[in-house]
Design a protein around this ligand. Structure first.
Ligand code: FAD
Ligand code: NAP
Ligand code: SF4
Length: 680
């Protein structure tokens, strides 16, 4: 057992008595939009998804956002609770959760001006930067109707068997829009002073409480730090919290940052539990339980948040996509078996914003519980898997979980493939947790792991395997540029694997994910310890946790850049356009702040002692650099597939980068490994 397993998580696992009901522990699965809640025919899948999380031991589940009306839709025909006809669908969900001993509240989310549909309304008619639809300002009758919509929705939720509702008041949605001068320019009783701006939220809580009685949870998600110009001060935040308590809220959940904020709040480079101190300050101001949220993904931090008095409950959302059994593993002393959310957003939020069903990069079963099923096998097979990168690890663990006898080979002295390089990038330290998870899983499942073992096709054929899965990944591409053999040319592997010293002036060829990552790696001062300390991160992004004004924003104080970097691509499009929808802007902003010159539409002419010669916008330029680092994509490594299969030999399967290097990412690699192993 390691230290993580030995530690006590008594505070996290302690029940919480709310007077009329008791939560079995302090862990809340926060609200996430999966896409399943938007269509009635997906509710059996939604019920299966929540059932797994409830069976995994979580204390309280919050559903994805459900609109109280058509005006409140996030997307056209999004999930709505406004009629008796909605109840049978939701009963499938509440029954499943209650059968597994957990509690569930339905989140009522009115998107206000964030709605991506033509009926949008807000406090004032001010368009948001993230939706093309300009809202209509609600008039007095419209506000009264909106309050009634919330009340009806909460009463219907009660009828459907929910233990309560969460009223979404943060992240820049409708109630947050009324709360802040940024979006509320009204001069009637709903605008102006903070007392007026909070009136809508407070009346909603009062009237919902009056309608549902005392024995029903009303959790209000309150924005503690808006992180936008014109956001609230800390005094405003406290005044609203006190009024919500008075109005009848049972629990105060917390949120950080509007969706349009230009400060990241949940991506992997945000320090763990960065905002817990704010929950701690709020807790001293109110007497109802307070929830800490945002970038909490490990049980040790979660437990410490409770034991230190920063919060009564901890909300984790994405960690429950990554591992539905999170709480049971904590309770059973199996913390090192938790599949940790690495905060990449690649399969969850990026999917949501692309209007696709959410899932999880490290757990492709998330929100696909009825479709990707790991059945126990009737006949055990001998399976060889070549390559212990994400694709091979995923295939090996799923095949072994199902009961096959699995041998996993890798030429390297460690598992993980390219993830070993990804986790060296500043802000991507979490990727190491995925390798810790897989290492432990291989151990628990008894997979025969053969490291330092470069496999040949002949050796595989000689060992009598039934199936061979080739997951050998990729090799970096070497572009045909004159002077590519010059000593100043390095590949990204020279930098991340072989630690070759890099000069003060650098050109990076290729502005894809790896080009950006190499940029971040080379800008980081190796004397500064990673992961980045919170104080450092707050200064870099200009965040004032004291939040005396302007939603917590202050002038950023970025560290001086360590190098002069040029980041180049041939395409004319904006460099970084292909990065993740919800994280790409963070990488771009980080590099731009450090003075990285990004050039698109580049033609590479030659590399010589003077540097890199390019043509850009018809002009010839010489970039006088010490090193040129090649991040120009990769080619599949398929050497094991080159010969014809022997008639009576094993079946060969190709997955991950070895199958297709173009647009490869770990999401595809892990999903392909799991899907193939689920079928063998
Ligand atoms: P690989 O990870 O390449 O693994 C292949 C393995 O096969 C290697 O361990 C290799 O040693 C082994 N092997 C090869 N030939 C043999 C043989 N003959 N015998 C035995 N073993 C063999 N993806 C994301 O989704 N998100 C990110 O943020 C991200 N960041 C990245 C950052 C960096 C710096 C890098 C380099 C990559 C990043 N990636 C990211 C890409 C991601 O790591 C890859 O998509 C993923 O690793 C591909 O998995 P794979 O299993 O197909 O191949
Ligand atoms: P990539 O994203 O496909 O980028 C390759 C870059 O090289 C592009 O900028 C491309 O732009 C350039 N290029 C391609 N062929 C070239 C050639 N012959 N000569 C010169 N330039 C060439 O690949 P990657 O950066 O190697 O990343 C691999 C995968 O890892 C990606 O698919 C990505 O999904 C994943 N990854 C993701 C993240 C993340 O943050 N989510 C981070 C790292 C990696 P031009 O063709 O325009 O020049
Ligand atoms: Fe976490 Fe990434 Fe999975 Fe989303 S996709 S839940 S951020 S690991």
């Amino acid at each position: 057992m390691n230290n993580a397993n030995d530690a006590s998580y008594a505070h996290l696992l302690a029940p919480l008595d709310l007077g009329f009901t008791t939560l079995r522990n302090r862990v809340i699965m926060g609200s996430m939009h999966t896409g399943l809640e938007d269509r009635f025919y997906h509710y059996p899948k939604l019920a299966a998804y929540f059932r797994e999380r409830a069976r995994g031991g979580v204390g309280l589940i919050v559903t994805g956002g459900i609109s109280p009306s058509r005006e409140g839709w996030l997307l056209p025909f999004g999930g709505t609770m406004n009629s008796l006809f909605d109840i049978p669908n939701h009963r499938k969900v509440t029954r499943a959760v209650h059968e597994e001993g957990s509690k569930i509240v339905m989140q009522i989310l009115h998107s206000g001006r964030y709605g991506y549909q033509p009926f949008v309304v807000s406090a004032s008619a001010i368009k948001s930067p993230i939706s093309k639809f300009k809202p209509r300002a609600l008039d007095e009758a419209g506000i009264r109707r909106t309050i009634a919509d919330y009340v009806r929705s909460a009463k219907l939720a009660q009828k459907a068997g929910y233990d309560g509702v969460e009223i979404m008041g943060s992240e820049g949605y409708l109630l947050n829009q009324f709360l802040c001068a940024r979006t509320n320019l009204r001069q009637d009783q709903w605008g102006g002073s903070i007392e007026n701006r909070m009136r809508l939220a407070v009346e909603i809580v009062q009237q919902v409480r009056a309608a549902v009685g005392t024995n029903f949870i009303i959790m209000y998600r309150h924005s503690l730090l808006d992180l936008v110009e014109g956001g609230n001060t800390w005094d405003d935040v406290v005044a609203v919290a006190k009024a919500l308590e008075q109005a009848g809220a049972t629990i105060l959940n917390t949120g950080i940052g509007w969706h349009e904020a230009r400060v990241p709040t949940i991506v992997t480079s945000v320090p763990r539990a960065a905002f817990r101190s704010l929950a701690g300050r709020l807790r001293k101001e109110v007497s109802i339980p307070v929830v800490a949220s945002n970038r909490i993904n490990m049980p040790a931090e979660a437990n410490d948040i409770i034991s230190s008095g920063d919060a009564d409950l901890v909300s984790m959302a994405r960690p429950f996509l990554a591992d539905p059994e999170f709480v049971n593993k904590v309770a059973q002393g199996r913390v090192d078996e938790i599949n940790t959310c690495i905060a990449c957003n690649q399969a969850c939020l990026d999917h949501t914003f692309a209007n696709k069903r959410a899932s999880c990069l490290v757990n492709p079963r998330a929100a696909h519980e009825t479709e990707l099923v790991y059945r126990k096998v009737v006949r055990q097979k001998r399976i060889a898997i070549v390559g212990a990168g994400p694709a091979g690890l995923s295939a090996a663990t799923v095949a072994a979980e199902r009961g096959h006898a699995v041998t996993l080979f890798d030429a390297s002295d460690r598992i993980g493939g390219q993830f070993n390089y990804a986790m060296r990038i500043p802000g991507k330290e979490e990727f190491a947790e995925t390798l810790r998870y897989f290492r432990r899983r291989l151990d628990v499942l008894g997979v025969n792991v053969q490291l330092n073992h470069r496999v040949t096709r002949e050796a595989l054929l000689a060992q009598g395997f039934d199936e061979v899965i080739v997951a050998t990944g990729v090799v970096p591409r070497t572009p045909p540029i004159e002077g590519i053999d010059h000593p100043k040319v390095l590949s990204y592997l020279d930098v991340l694997k072989h630690d070759v010293a890099v000069g003060a002036r650098v050109a990076i060829i290729g502005a894809g994910g790896i080009g950006f990552d190499i940029g971040e790696f080379l800008l980081h001062d190796p004397k500064v310890a990673l992961p980045m300390a919170l104080s450092h991160w707050l200064a870099e992004w200009g965040v004032n946790l004291a939040s005396s004004s302007n939603g917590g924003l202050c002038a950023p104080v970025p560290e001086a850049p360590l190098r002069k970097i040029y980041l180049l691509q041939r395409k004319a499009s904006k460099p970084g356009a292909g990065l993740g929808k919800t994280s790409g802007w963070v990488h771009r902003a980080t590099l731009l702040r450090k003075g990285v010159e990004m050039l698109a539409g580049v033609e590479y002419r030659r590399i010589d002692d003077a540097g890199l010669h390019i043509t850009v916008n018809g002009e010839q330029r010489l970039l006088e650099v010490d090193h040129v680092i090649i991040c120009a994509g990769q080619d599949a490594l398929t050497e094991l597939m080159s010969a014809q299969p022997a008639a009576d030999g094993p079946r060969f399967h190709l997955i991950g980068g070895a199958a297709l290097a173009a647009e490869l990412d770990a999401k595809r690699a892990i999903r392909q490994g799991a899907e193939l192993a689920a079928m063998l």
